[in-house]
Design a binder for this molecule. Structure first.
Ligand code: FES
Length: 143
């Protein structure tokens, strides 16, 4: 093997390793962004979430209350669209972790995107979604 060819292979492999290493870190880096968690009191099974709860760096707010079996993730799809999902894995009912890129289950590795859709099995069903209503300064989430 001549020197130029050996040098080309060495440089290509170094570049690939760098790209693969960085791409493996991206989900972890995205999950480092703070997610706001709120303890809210429901009124008639409805949580009222102030729009100001969404911090600039995050599209997700987590709602908790002792009447909920699992927390709820409220996702800001865009300035007028919000969606709410139960943070319960549809495979075997394990609680889900939250990041700004989606939801993940530590039990068997299922992943869901911010639209609640399964991205990685073994879960085969999308997340349970709750009705949301956008008001002037808040979002209503009915469970
Ligand atoms: S319980 Fe979530 S992947 Fe199995």
């Amino acid at each position: 093997m001549d020197k130029n060819r050996r040098e080309f292979i060495k440089n290509s492999c170094t570049l690939c390793a760098g790209v693969l290493g960085l791409s493996a870190l991206l989900p972890a880096l995205q999950s480092c962004v703070a997610i706001n968690t709120l303890q809210l009191e429901p009124i008639n099974n409805t949580f009222k979430v102030p729009i100001s709860s969404f911090i600039e760096t995050s599209r997700v707010v987590v709602i908790k209350h002792n009447t909920l079996s699992f927390p709820i993730a409220l996702v800001k799809s865009d300035i007028t669209n919000y969606r709410a999902f139960e943070l319960k894995c549809t495979h075997q009912d394990n609680g889900l972790g939250v990041s700004n890129s989606g939801f993940f289950c530590s039990m068997h590795g299922s992943n869901f995107d911010l639209n609640g859709r399964v991205q990685t099995p073994p879960a085969s069903r999308n997340l349970k979604e709750f009705k949301t209503i956008l008001q002037t300064e808040s979002i209503l989430v009915t469970v």
